[in-house]
Design a protein around this ligand. Structure first.
Ligand code: PLP
Length: 381
C-alpha cells in the first residue's frame, strides 16, 4: 500500500520552513557572539545587522526598532508586561486575542491591573469604543484573528489610543509575511511577529519597538537589544528569519491572489455540497479576511470527531482554538462573537499556505461530506 503525504490545511498553526531559511541557517550556524569586540564577533554582528536591516525595511521600521525574540509569545509578553507590570496599571484588550496575549492580560489582571475589553461583533470584528479615550498603560489588539482570519481595525484603534498617550501593542503574528505591514504608518508602539508563520524557523519571533515609549525590561541581563530582550542573539536564526520574510514579501501579492482563489473554491464547494453549513465571517459585508483562512461552522457536528475523521483520510486541520494536551477547548473567540453552542462545537478551520495545491482542495472537497455526516452522527450519540 502506498501512503500519500498528508494534505496539510493547518498553515496558520505553523507552515513548513522555506528552503532559503534552512540554507541561511546552515550557512550562519558557525557564527559566534555578535557582541564580541574581536574579528569573529564583528563577523557575527555584520550578519545580525543585515538581518535587522532586512526585517526593518520590509516591515516599515528602523533597524534599531527590530528586537529578535524566541517566539511570538515572548514578543507579546515582553511588550505587555513591560508596559503594564507597574502598580495601578490599566490595560485595554479584546476578547478574541490569542492565548499569548489573552493569558498575559489575565495574569496582569491577577497582579492588580484594571482590565477593560473592547466588544466584538458577531462579524468577529472589534468595535472601537470610548474605553480607548481613557489613558491606559497599554492597549493591545491583534491585527488578524488566528481562528476566523478576520482583520481588525488596528490603525484606527492605534490612532484613538495614541490620542490620549496610550502605548499600543499589535499582535501581528498572523499578518506578517502575508499582508503588507508598515510599522511607522500603523502608529503602534510595539508589534509582535513569529517566524514559523511565514516559513522561518520555529522558536523565533520579532518584536518591533519604537524608540519611545519603551517597555520596561521583563528579562534582566547583559543589555543586548536595547535591554528590551537581553541575552546573546542567535544570529543564524535571526538571519533565517530575515531570509524567510524577504522571500515571503517578494511573493506576497501573487500568493495572496492564488490562496484567495483556492480558498474561495474550497468554501464555495463546501457550502454547495454540505447542508446546514456556514462560513463564519467570510462573505460578511465589511469584513476583510486573511487570504488563506477558511473558517466554517457545521452545526451539530462533533469537533474532535471531525478532526479525527479528517486525519484518517490524511487531511490535517484543526478547530483553530486552544488545544490542551490534544483535547480541543471551546473557542473563546466564537463565544465572544455570540455564536450558539452547537455552532461553536461544530467549528472547523482550514488554513491554506505555500504548499497547498488545487489537488489538495479537490481531495478535501471529495471527503468532507462523509466526514461531516459521520461527525454529526457522533454528536447525536
Ligand atoms: N499570536 C497569534 C495571533 C498567533 O496565532 C500565535 C500562534 O499561533 C501566537 C501569537 C504565538 O506565536 P508563537 O507560536 O511564535 O509563540
Amino acid at each position: 500500500m502506498t501512503v500519500s503525504a498528508p494534505r496539510y490545511f493547518d498553515h496558520a498553526a505553523t507552515t513548513p520552513m522555506r528552503q532559503v531559511a534552512v540554507d541561511t541557517w546552515a550557512e550562519h550556524a558557525h557564527l559566534l557572539n555578535p557582541g564580541g569586540q574581536y574579528a569573529s564577533g564583528r563577523a557575527a554582528n555584520a550578519v545580525l545587522a543585515q538581518a535587522r536591516e532586512t526585517v526593518a525595511e520590509i516591515l516599515g521600521a528602523d533597524p534599531v526598532e527590530v528586537i529578535f525574540t524566541a517566539s511570538g509569545t515572548e514578543a507579546d509578553n515582553v511588550a505587555l508586561r513591560g508596559f503594564a507590570e507597574e502598580p495601578g496599571a490599566r490595560v485595554v484588550s479584546t476578547p478574541i486575542e490569542h492565548p499569548a496575549v489573552r493569558e498575559t492580560v489575565a495574569n496582569l489582571g491577577k497582579r492588580g491591573a484594571t482590565v477593560a475589553m473592547l466588544p466584538v461583533g458577531e462579524d468577529g470584528v472589534v468595535d472601537i469604543t470610548d474605553e480607548l479615550d481613557e489613558p491606559a498603560s497599554v492597549m493591545t489588539c491583534m491585527w488578524a484573528n488566528n481562528e476566523t482570519g478576520a482583520i481588525q481595525p488596528v490603525a484606527d484603534i492605534a490612532a484613538r489610543a495614541n490620542g490620549v498617550g496610550t502605548p499600543v501593542h499589535v499582535d501581528a503574528v498572523q499578518v506578517v509575511g502575508h499582508l503588507p505591514v508598515d510599522f511607522h504608518a500603523l502608529g503602534a508602539t510595539t508589534l509582535a511577529a513569529s517566524a514559523h508563520k511565514f516559513g522561518g524557523p520555529r522558536g523565533a519571533g520579532i518584536l518591533l519597538a519604537k524608540r519611545s515609549p519603551v517597555p520596561a525590561p521583563v528579562l534582566t541581563g547583559g543589555g543586548q537589544q536595547r535591554g528590551i530582550r537581553p541575552g546573546t542573539v542567535d544570529v543564524a536564526t535571526a538571519a533565517a528569519t530575515a531570509a524567510a520574510l524577504k522571500e515571503a514579501a517578494g511573493e506576497m501579492d501573487a500568493e495572496a491572489a492564488r490562496l484567495t482563489q483556492l480558498r474561495d473554491e474550497l468554501v464555495d464547494g463546501i457550502l454547495s455540497t454540505i447542508p446546514d453549513t456556514r462560513a463564519t465571517v467570510l462573505g460578511t459585508e465589511g469584513v476583510d479576511v486573511l487570504p488563506g483562512h477558511a473558517h466554517l461552522l457545521f452545526p451539530g457536528a462533533n469537533g474532535d470527531a471531525m478532526i479525527m475523521l479528517l486525519d484518517s483520510f490524511g487531511i490535517e486541520a484543526s478547530t483553530g482554538s486552544a488545544c490542551n494536551n490534544g483535547v480541543n477547548q471551546r473557542s473563546h473567540v466564537l463565544e465572544a462573537m455570540g455564536l450558539p453552542d452547537d455552532h461553536v462545537d461544530g467549528a472547523l478551520r482550514f488554513t491554506l499556505g505555500r504548499t497547498t495545491t488545487d489537488e489538495d482542495v479537490q481531495f478535501l472537497l471529495g471527503r468532507l461530506p462523509e466526514v461531516i455526516g459521520k461527525a454529526r452522527d457522533v454528536a447525536k450519540l
